[in-house]
Design a protein around this ligand. Structure first.
Ligand code: MGD
Ligand code: MGD
Ligand code: SF4
Ligand code: MO
Length: 823
């Protein structure tokens, strides 16, 4: 038996023991779940444990109680004392059991024996040992390093979360010497909202929201009841805000009748890509009608409202408070952005825009919330700037019922630092600063943080170079990225390593399969996505022993690190395994116990979550305070505010972004905005891609989890009949649009863009705009397991051209034009 495989056996044993100890502490045993067995029956009772862990099907971070009976997972429910779950889950949560017991799972490491690659080519995988798998990869990595080509190795990531997984990629990148270790998928996801926020308030992050205390919510392309994070808690929040007194009013801006839109007070069906125009007009009305928050924003020197449509103003007439350059913004952009102007662009009637602005400006606390719908077009960042500015105008920043920023968790430190384990190769690589394969942070893309969708194209063009070896961890752009078929070419001459626990399109092109544990079998820390601001981190722990010969991705990383020649291997020997990382992180709780008493690794394992309320910052009537232990009474100075909250050059919310002005030439050249105007939130028309006559929007649905949940049989049945059923997926089409093309309800249709065609079943839907068709993302898998295959619809990514917002790097997924005809 090989050393690693025997070590691994020991490790599994150790994990099981640790897991058993952990679960014993929280296990309710047979007595907790069933009526108390009498002595005679005790021996025959089922051994039942509840393991506290974390769902991984979407980014919501729901705490889960995994019920384990005689070593088998028999159910998943929401953890009762968990701030996100509160004992509840969305319908996907319980279905995690099907991922664990998915009969299509990879059962152990494998290597490809057929050198030919293609969608329909059998890879002829054969099982290998973990030692062989890791030695093979380790050798490749050492050779690349010795040749001075470490940059041609990458580890890419999607839904990784914590310090114990994606947090380990930075150290690996530094010690190995490749800028491409830690290449993330965020440019397929929501980078534009973060970019817009950072440009104005200095925080490159999603916001936390105090929904429960808000009285007005304006959602721009954020599907609160279908997808927006954290979905499960949103569903609970909805129940509260819509029944409290006064009831929170909700206006939804979307391109179709969604569940959220149907449940809201108002739905504004906007033309795709034009949210920025609507937001600018709302800002115009807030100013001309004197509805801005004077205590946060400031006021005219003589107290009289001078904002009049079309008239420029003297900047000296206004005294700014926590915002900067309001008058400059008005003069340069807002003065002409009337509801009548926006009505032309957005197709929303002028009267409705005016009514929305008035309601938003008078029903406080109010917030404008936006995500992918408003930003997945070429004008993504500028749309985001306009929307986020509304939050400043109504004084929502850090206010009760407003928005804030997520606080971080006081984690303990790891025993080793990567800087101490860098050899000459690593130091030379750091000094040389090779460009990344996606070309971000170069003159070509100086502002974006990732550009995942360009990698295949860049590799094929050899610009800036060709990749040699790529590890895919929790990302599958060959299915979920725009123009995804390009990846099928690119991956032919790359040594591909897929870590998915089950088949994916990437695995068809893989040279090595190093299957991860599923989320019910592994350790992780899971810090919350921005939620209510106060810090929180879940634990994920194995509910059962791994049922196959799989290995957690972080342990793969550690084992690989040990195989790299030089001091790097000592770093990984010191780390040991994933569980050690969690133990080191939990040290931080000793001096900062959570509200639920969690103060150690053991108590974290027992309760499943560490959190500490309250959110410590609060803006009240234009003054900033910090929590003093009892109330928000400790005044903050402007310097405090700049260091901790509004992290811009000025320490204020900037209506003329100094960050964007640093890139004025680039923005002028690539976006076409004059260099002296780039800093202002303004109307930038979207550049729709394609020559079709219908907008093609491909959003998420409540029952799917990005590209990776299509093989859950029960999800398919819950879907029916809304989105489609077992045999087909529905393309939502307005009946008039369909009839004009001779398409009957239920007909099979061909949807064509500039780069190809797919088919789906047409469904008459009067809630669709006549100029827009909708087919959800997540279907059309051709290698993701038996249930995923049978949906009889194409993959939308195959016909979405690869076009992005040059500023944030976000792909323009929802700005596509197609034609639709009877198939
Ligand atoms: N159920 C489920 N939940 C998820 C996920 C999942 O896969 N499934 N994924 C998670 C992830 S990774 C993310 S990033 C978030 C994303 O969360 P969201 O951003 O809320 O999700 P999307 O479905 O991409 O887009 C939201 C809405 O935008 C609308 N839309 C499209 N174009 C426009 C437009 O031009 N203007 C406006 N106003 N609306 C438009 C769509 O119709 C859709 O209803 O969801 C997370 N939650
Ligand atoms: N048209 C359209 N395109 C979209 C979107 C959209 O709404 N519409 N949404 C976009 C968004 S917001 C995002 S975030 C991206 C997501 O797209 P990707 O980055 O591709 O991520 P996923 O689709 O979540 O999953 C990728 C892979 O992870 C594997 N996997 C699943 N579980 C595990 C595990 O436990 N361990 C490991 N190692 N692998 C696992 C799966 O097999 C799958 O192949 O898609 C984007 N693409
Ligand atoms: S909201 Fe997301 S994390 Fe929570 S149960 Fe549903 S799929 Fe899981
Ligand atoms: Mo995403």
């Amino acid at each position: 038996m090989s050393t690693l495989d025997s070590t691994r056996r020991e490790f599994l044993k150790a994990t099981t023991v640790a897991g058993a100890a952990a679960t014993a502490a929280v296990g309710v045993g047979a007595t907790g779940l069933m009526s108390k067995p009498d002595e005679a029956h005790a021996a025959a009772a089922i051994d039942t444990k509840i393991v506290k862990s974390t769902c991984h099907q979407c980014p919501a971070r729901c705490g889960i109680d995994v019920r384990v009976e005689d070593g088998k997972v028999t159910g998943i429910t929401g953890t009762l004392d968990h701030p996100i779950s509160n004992g509840k889950l969305c319908p996907k949560g319980p279905l995690g059991v099907y991922m664990l017991y998915d009969p299509d799972r990879h059962t152990g490491p494998m290597k490809r024996t057929n050198p030919a690659k293609g969608r329909d080519v059998d890879p002829k995988f054969v099982p290998i040992t973990w030692d062989e798998a890791l030695d093979t990869l380790g050798k490749r990595l050492n050779t690349l390093r010795e040749k001075g080509e470490a940059h041609r190795f990458s580890i890419t990531l999607g839904r990784g979360w914590g310090n114990s997984d994606d947090g380990q990629l930075g150290p690996f990148s530094a010690m190995y010497g490749s800028p491409n270790v830690g290449l993330g998928h965020s440019s397929l996801c929501s980078d534009a909202s973060k970019k817009a926020k950072s440009a104005l308030d200095g925080n490159y992050a999603y916001n936390s929201y105090d929904y429960r205390n808000a009285n007005y919510l304006l959602f721009f392309g954020a599907a609160f009841l279908e997808a927006y994070r954290p979905l499960n808690n949103n569903l609970q929040t909805w129940g509260h805000i819509r029944t409290k007194a006064p009831k929170t009013k909700v206006t939804v801006v979307d391109i179709r009748l969604t569940t959220t839109g149907a449940a809201a007070d108002h739905l504004l069906m906007i033309k795709p890509g034009t949210d920025g125009a609507l937001a600018l007009a709302i800002a115009h009305v807030l100013l001309t009608e004197g509805l801005w928050d004077k205590k946060f924003v400031g006021d005219f020197v003589d107290g009289k409202n001078l904002f009049k449509t079309g008239e420029t103003l003297d900047p000296a007439s206004f005294k700014d408070k926590w915002t900067k350059d309001l008058i400059a913004w008005w003069n340069a952009e807002l003065k002409d952005r009337t509801p009548a102007w926006a009505a032309e662009i957005t197709t929303i009637p002028e009267k409705l825009i005016l009514a929305t602005a008035r309601e938003f400006g008078t029903t406080k606390p109010a917030m404008a919330v936006f995500e992918r719908g408003a930003t997945t077009c070429t004008n993504a960042t500028y749309n985001g700037l306009a929307i986020h500015s509304l939050n400043a105008l109504v004084g929502a920043f850090y206010a009760k019922g407003g928005l804030g920023n997520q606080m971080s968790v006081p984690f303990g430190k790891l025993p080793v630092k990567p800087e101490d384990f860098m050899d000459d190769i690593a130091k030379a690589a750091a000094a040389k600063k090779m460009p990344r394969i996606d070309r971000v942070k170069t003159a070509y893309l100086p502002m974006a943080s990732n550009q995942w969708q360009e990698v295949a194209k860049n590799h094929l063009a050899g610009n800036p170079y060709k990749m040699d070896t790529m590890v895919f961890w929790l990302t599958n752009p060959i299915f979920s990225g725009p123009e995804c078929k390009v990846w099928e070419e690119a991956l032919k001459d790359i040594f591909v390593v897929d870590t998915s626990p089950f088949p994916s399109e990437t695995s068809v092109f893989a040279d090595l399969i190093l299957p991860d544990h599923t989320y019910l079998e592994r350790w992780n820390d899971c810090p919350t996505y921005p939620f209510q601001g106060w810090p929180m981190v879940n634990i994920r722990q194995p509910a059962v022993k791994p049922i196959h010969n799989t290995m957690a991705f972080t342990d793969v990383l550690i084992e690989l690190g040990k195989r790299i020649n030089g001091p790097m291997s000592d770093y990984y020997k010191a780390i040991g395994n994933t569980e050690n990382i969690l133990r080191a992180l939990a040290k931080g709780f000793e001096t900062s116990p959570g509200d639920n008493g969690v103060n150690s690794f053991e108590s974290w394992v027992e309760k499943g979550v560490w959190y500490k309320k309250p959110y410590v910052y609060r803006q009240i009537d234009g003054e900033f305070y910090q929590w003093d232990g009892e109330d928000y009474r400790k005044p903050m100075t402007p310097e405090d505010v700049k260091a901790k909250l509004l992290k811009t050059d000025s320490g204020k919310f900037e209506f003329k972004s100094s960050y964007l002005e640093h890139y004025a030439d680039f923005i002028q050249q690539r976006v076409g905005v004059a260099a002296d105007r780039v800093g202002f939130p303004q109307w930038v028309a979207p550049k729709y891609t394609g020559k079709g006559d219908l907008f093609f929007v491909t959003p998420k649905t409540p029952m799917h989890a990005e590209g990776r949940s299509a093989n859950i049989p029960n999800a398919v049945s819950i879907y029916q009949p809304n989105v489609g059923g077992r045999g087909q997926m529905y393309l939502e089409i307005n009946p008039k649009t369909a009839q004009a093309r001779g398409i009957k309800d239920g007909d099979r249709v061909k949807i064509s863009s500039d780069i190809g065609s797919i088919t789906a079943q047409a469904r008459y839907f009067p809630g669709a705009r006549p100029d827009t068709v909708v087919l959800p993302f997540g279907f059309g898998h051709w290698a993701h397991g038996r249930w995923a295959k049978s949906r009889n619809s194409g993959n939308v990514s195959e016909i979405i051209p690869n076009v992005s917002d040059p500023i944030s790097g976000l792909t323009s997924n929802y700005g596509v034009l197609v034609t639709v005809e009877k198939a």
